[in-house]
Design a protein around this ligand. Structure first.
Ligand code: S3P
Length: 185
């Protein structure tokens, strides 16, 4: 059996971030994977904003979009960010469009440190192409569209971020390590 020192799972005391860590970035940038890797390493809870909305609404993201529309989804997303103050330090994996609303960013800044994950459009396409849970990409699953939407959002992502990490060609543990080391430099 591992002694506590040998165990790969560290305790919350070793968590290098004093506040909640919020992962932002385009769809397929690796937020979900990095969040679960960090949560596993530091024994912390993950709040995946999309998943939280699905739980609260009892519907999938595509169903929410088709039944109620995007604005309704965005309003639910804002509620999740508003509720962040109720949780202790956690890892948040934010839906890709969450930074577009000033109100969401206000709650993010008030409650956490923000890390932007990026990837090339080709890498993004590779990761999302077989997934049908992203209404914004349905029928537009190609590199040109992804690249154009990414460009449209790039400045906003960068202005909001405290740290930026490119995940292109990296494994999940590598991304996880890079996020942790960003806080030691
Ligand atoms: C969206 C990203 C999705 C989800 C919704 C809209 C976006 O989350 O919130 O489909 O506007 O970029 P992921 O970034 O987790 O895929």
């Amino acid at each position: 059996m591992n002694t506590p020192q040998e165990s790969s799972k560290r305790s919350q005391g070793d968590f290098p971030f004093s506040k909640t860590l919020i992962l932002i970035g385009f769809m397929g940038a690796g937020k979900t994977s990095a969040a679960s890797c960090l949560a596993e390493r530091f024994a912390l809870q993950v709040i995946e904003t999309d998943q939280e909305i699905v739980l609260r609404e009892g519907m999938s993201i595509p169903e929410i979009f088709s039944t109620h529309g995007e604005t309704y989804f965005r309003d639910r997303e804002t509620e999740v960010f508003r509720d962040l103050k109720e949780s202790g330090p956690v890892i948040v994996s934010a839906g890709g469009g969450a930074v577009l609303r000033d109100e969401n960013v206000k709650y993010m800044k008030a409650n956490g440190v923000i890390v932007l994950l990026t990837a090339s459009p080709a890498a993004i396409l590779e990761r999302v192409r077989d997934n049908r849970d992203r209404p914004l990409l349905n029928g537009k699953m190609n590199e040109e569209y992804i690249s154009a939407l990414m460009e449209k959002r790039r400045a906003r992502y960068e202005e909001v971020a405290d740290h930026i990490i490119d995940t292109t060609g990296k494994t999940i543990p590598e991304v996880c390590d890079l996020i942790i080391s960003a806080f030691h430099t």
